[in-house]
Design a protein around this ligand. Structure first.
Ligand SMILES: C[S@@+](CC[C@H](N)C(=O)[O-])C[C@H]1O[C@@H](n2cnc3c(N)ncnc32)[C@H](O)[C@@H]1O
Length: 273
């Protein structure tokens, strides 16, 4: 989203990077001071992808459960017609940060809770959105968590990054995965067939499953900002420097090569009537 109009002025770019958080695991608003031209095509593409995914939520849905608070929550507020958006997250710090950055809203309830242990038996939640969440969850808990969500909603929408993409993307994803595994966390991207399988095992019926591809590569300036922020985050998590070095080497490499995000996997699954 470009704010400045011509090249003589600073251009502030606020990048609402869901995609970054397939990699960063946090919500981030990046303000880039213009030091070189960054094409607007990528940002338009970013908005197109968000709209395409969120438009899958029918307009008659009154309550949406957003599992994992962040960019998806912000976009739901902007794009969804629902009367209430309930954002839940296991990370209290993430909820505080969201409130701090995006303020209060009568349509939004933020709750510090685990999606696999929801204290609800039945509820009027029309849709539960899991936008870039499941890859952070222990794979042994996928079916349990989806089964629990099935009890509180009629429909689940799962959005996950494909593990397959350009060579550079796969390298990036591998460094991330290894870094997270080194501290006992998960960053496990899986192919579409895997998510279909676990949703079915949780007793859900697949309504549709598709991939949403990106049209444009990530501008180097954007990638660099994401990686610098990633490194800060990793330092605060105490991640070993070998992974930070790998990321810096990756960045050097990316300067001379095209980097594109992998397709987004989007699956809609319903509770069997
Ligand atoms: C990569 S972020 C994505 C957040 C958001 N959907 C977005 O689009 O930016 C994943 C979030 O899911 C949260 N999370 C992971 N496991 C969870 C669980 N079992 N219940 C609720 N939230 C969870 C994490 O704390 C993290 O904030």
């Amino acid at each position: 989203m470009l704010r400045g109009k011509n090249d003589s002025r600073d251009i502030h770019i606020r990048v609402f990077m869901v995609v970054a958080f397939q990699l960063l695991s946090i919500d981030m608003v990046v303000s880039l001071q213009k030091t070189q031209h960054v094409s607007g095509d990528y940002f338009k593409d970013f908005e197109r992808v968000q709209k395409e995914i969120l438009s899958l939520i029918p307009s008659n849905i009154k309550i949406i459960l957003d599992v994992g608070v962040g960019v998806s929550t912000k976009n739901l507020r902007k794009l969804a017609d629902a009367n209430l958006i309930v954002g839940i997250d296991t990370d209290q710090g993430n909820l505080k940060k969201f409130r701090h950055q995006h303020g209060n809203d009568a349509r939004l309830a933020l709750i510090n809770a685990d999606a696999s242990l929801l204290p609800l038996r039945s509820s009027p939640i029309g849709v539960a959105l899991l936008y870039f969440v499941l890859h952070e969850v222990n794979p042994q808990k996928h079916v349990v968590m989806l089964s629990a969500l099935k009890e509180v909603t009629q429909c689940l929408i799962v959005v996950e990054p494909s593990p397959y993409g350009c060579k550079l993307y796969e390298k990036f994803a591998k460094i991330w995965r290894e870094a997270m595994r080194s501290i006992g966390r998960f960053e496990e991207y899986q192919p579409l067939e895997y998510w279909v399988k676990v949703l079915k095992l949780a007793g859900l019926k697949i309504r549709s499953a598709k991939r949403v591809p990106w049209q444009y590569p990530v501008p180097f300036k954007v990638l660099e900002t994401i990686i610098r922020s990633t490194i800060q985050e990793w330092e605060s998590l105490g991640i070993d420097y070998q992974y930070i070095d790998m990321m810096l080497n990756f960045l050097n490499n990316a300067k001379y090569n095209v980097f594109k995000w992998s397709d987004l996997i989007v699956i809609i699954a319903d509770k069997e009537k």
